[in-house]
Each structure stands twice: as C-alpha cells, then as structure tokens.
Design a protein around this ligand. Sequence first.
Ligand code: SF4
Length: 383
Amino acid sequence: MYRKQLTERKELPGFVWGSDSDFELNTLWKRELSESYRSVSDFPESFIPGRKEKSYLKTPGRNFGFSVPRDYFSLAGDDENDPIRLQFMPRSDEFKIKEYETSDPLGENQYKVTERLIHRYPDRALFIASDLCAMYCRHCFRRDYLAANPSPLLESEIEAAASYLKNHTEVKELIVSGGDPLILDDRKIANLLSSFRLVRPDIVFRIATRIPVVLPSRITTSLLKILSDFKPLFVITQYNHPLELTDRSVKAVKDLVNNGIPVMNQTVLLKDVNDSEDVLADLFQKLISFSIKPYYLFQGDLAAGTSHLRVPILRGIEIMKNLRTRISGLALPVYAVDLPMGGGKVPLTESFIDRISDNEVILKDGKGKEYAYPLESYPEGQG
Ligand code: SF4
C-alpha cells in the first residue's frame, strides 16, 4: 500500500515533501499539540516560577526551545525541584557551561554520511527525521540544534539516506529519531518508512520517541496501522519517572503492544528526578508490568548547560549495584554512557570479578561475599 502511495506521491504536481498534508487534520493530538504551552506567560495564573526559573526568564540569550503539552504540565508540582517540572522548565543553571561540555556531546557530526543520516556503529544507523519535539526536555543532548532552525524533512534528504542504506547492507537496524519522529504526520511517517523499506526489505526499524510519555493522544489508530505495516519495528520510549505512567500514557503503550509492536524504554539518569533507588525500582517494575522492557539507563551526556541535571557517575554505579540485588533481571536496564567525542556507547557496570587465579575466578555477589568458579577449558579438539 505504501509503495503505491510513494509512487503516486512522486507524480503529484507541485508536491513539496514536508509540507502540511491533509492527512488526519483536526485530530485530537494535533489540537493538544497546538495548545501546548510555549512560553511561561501561557501558564495558568496559579503557576509561580521558582527562584532559578525566574532568574532564567530574566536573562536574555536563551537558546533552547520551550514547549510542554498541557497534560504533561498538569503532572508537575509547585516546587521548582519537582521531578516533572525539572524536565520541562528552564532554570538559570543552563547558563553554566562546563569546559568539557559541548554542543555535540556524542560526537555525532563526524559520522554524518548524508544530511540526516548518522552511521556510527557498523550494523546500525540513525536517521534524524525531525528537528521538533512535542516537549523540549531540558536534559536533551541534541538541544543545540533542536527547534533552533527547524527545517522540514525534504524528499531529497530521504532519498539520499535510502540510497546510502541500499549500498550499505551491513546496516541491519535503522533508528528513526529526532527530535521526535512521531511529531510528523501520518503520511510523512508512512512515506519515510516505505522509502527505506523499499530499498532494504530486511531492515529493522527502531522508533525513538517521547510521544507516548508527553503526548499519548498521538498514538492513533491510523498511526498504529502504519507502524504495524512496517514490522519488524520497535518503539523506544523515554520514561524517566513513575509519575509519567499516567492512564493515557499506559493506554498508548498498550495499544502499541496489542498491535504487536514491542516497546522498550531508555531512562536518562537525572539529578532530583530519578537519582534514587526507590524511584528507579518503582519505575522499572511498573514499566515491565505494562509490558515495557527497561532497556537502558543512560548517564547524562555532556551537553552544554545540563550539568545541574547530571548525576555523578560513581553515584550512578552505586545505584545500579543496589538495584541489582533488589529488582529482577527483566526489570533491570543496562546502565550505559555515550562516550564523548564519538567513542560510542559503553555499559557502566561495577565488576563482579574480584581476581582470577590459575584454576578459578573469584566472583563477589552484591553484598561482597566471595564465590569461586572453576576455570575450565574446552575438551581437546573443541573450542
Ligand atoms: S523528546 Fe528527545 S529529542 Fe526531544 S527534547 Fe526530549 S530528549 Fe530531546
């Protein structure tokens, strides 16, 4: 169906890729998106900015987009250190730039192979489908270009990426990211996925999105149909706090899962949001109860102006060590960091191997008790 649509689209006279389509006009999610708060002056009168928030608002030169859907905003408490509020509300700490923070903390630019395609790992590539998000998370590592100069996704950009993928069959998975790819309308998403599937019938899609968390009404019946048509396809969400698992959000995820779309979650470890064993254990256990697999817990990236939200890495390791003895392997994500300067993603695990002798390895459990495990070798002629 979408292959046909792709062909027909190219025949439309004057069609501009990325322009508004007549697909799904006036749906609830578009209305909710358009009613998002885009400035603090939009907030209800009852909202009182905190000291650091006020200080940010008074300072000229603010550089990162601001938008928060009303539903997500309603989850926030009155305290400026509320875990939901910290994720969308700017504060003066954003002006403090550490010398090791950069605008491209993952070093992605050096791996750009086309305008919107990043090929960092041999078997995976990442396509930046949109420069916009339903909500601008203050910890975002792509904060430097998001919303600053948004440009519509062009057909030529999709074609360039498709052509690269056609010639690079070592790429087995395509991460469709952004910004948020699900902020695009249905027709654009369908055309995008069909363009890649057309040249690479074998490719696995990963859709990286915060939409089920911040704008769950976007998970419409027609979107579910599109995503289902492009399996194998995984949706990767970003729940950072148990309060984000609202009834509406959980329903959106259930709709995905019930349509055969696996949902995995990447949590960002954030100071005063979730840097506690209790909060994370609650989050991860709730996630699996809703059929969402906790996939990664990310150490904060060294994005400029985000140090106030980063958790010291040793505290992160300690949290994971404590969680390991507390929650199941199914509920436990991998704690990882994206190395600066393009070094790639590496897991951050404390070692359970204490020492290795000639005939055994000494392992320690989470409480420090030692256990010996024999060093065997393959039987002769095998291995
Ligand atoms: S939704 Fe993702 S890309 Fe968008 S601001 Fe949040 S973290 Fe960044």
